[in-house]
Design a protein around this ligand. Structure first.
Ligand code: SF4
Length: 250
């Protein structure tokens, strides 16, 4: 007998795939690091991720579809760069055991005989529009610069000639692009290390960092918003938070 198929629509197939994909990554993921992709954002959220707490709310499918389309957008650009012979490295994992840092940059390419580390950001048309209308010095958010600086700082151990970083924005709906060039100084690299050192000190002392002073829209979408609220309301310490919100081993 043929295998029974339970899906009634193509969208249902894709949603089931995303759930399956999540389960696979969830089990394979080693959380015990500070991730480049969370630098410069809420330190408490970053910290709670490393604690391995259960997520408060499942991400809407709409957001997960956007994430997958973003990844697909990266893939063809990487293929194009490879085909044009400019790629030196791609999706390379950067690890520093001492400060517990893990990051994975998008592309390391050769432009005009110079090494350039490239971070590709695909954006919704509205997000691209509002960001690109900002004043010249404000078009790239600080946290994205910090993340890029972290890639460069740790990648330079292997590629000492690497100095330049770029953020390449793509408007997913309208096809517009913008490319920003950065040559960071030591002050920026110090910011990266200061943040990692701060997180590590909190970790050693089992102190949960404070919540954002001004709660904003990011809190609405935060994976740990329930735990965050309870920590402040009921003065939960590290162990109690882990007991209450830690992942149940299934
Ligand atoms: S709810 Fe807001 S303040 Fe709390 S951890 Fe999440 S992002 Fe940070």
């Amino acid at each position: 007998m043929e295998k029974e198929v339970i899906y009634k629509s193509f969208d249902e197939v894709l949603r089931a795939f995303l759930d399956k994909d999540d389960r696979m990554h969830r089990h394979g993921r080693d959380n015990d690091w500070w991730y480049a992709s969370s630098l410069g954002t809420c330190k408490r959220q970053h910290y709670m991720r490393r604690m391995g707490l259960e997520k408060s709310n499942k991400k809407q499918f709409r957001i997960r579809f956007v994430g997958k389309d973003g990844t697909a957008g990266h893939e063809w650009r990487e293929t194009a760069a490879k085909s044009m012979g400019v790629v030196v490295g791609a999706e390379e994992r950067l690890v520093d055991e001492k400060v517990r840092y893990k990051g994975r940059y998008d592309l390391l390419i050769n432009l005009h005989n110079k090494l350039v580390l490239l971070d590709i950001k695909t954006q919704r048309p509205e997000a691209f529009f509002y960001r690109s209308r900002k004043a010249p010095g404000e078009k790239v958010p600080e946290f994205q610069k910090l993340q890029l600086a972290s890639y460069i700082y740790f990648a330079r151990r292997k590629y000492p000639d690497l100095k330049e970083g770029r953020i390449y924005y793509v408007d997913r709906g309208g096809g517009c692009r913008e490319e920003f060039i950065f040559n960071f100084d030591d002050k920026m690299f110090k910011k990266v290390l200061d943040e990692l050192n701060y997180l590590n000190t909190c970790w050693e002392k089992k102190l949960i960092p404070p919540a954002l002073e001004k709660k904003d829209w990011k809190c609405r979408f935060c994976d740990f918003k329930d735990a965050c609220k309870e920590v402040d309301k009921n003065k939960l310490n590290f162990n109690k938070t882990l007991q209450t919100y830690g992942k149940q081993i299934k």
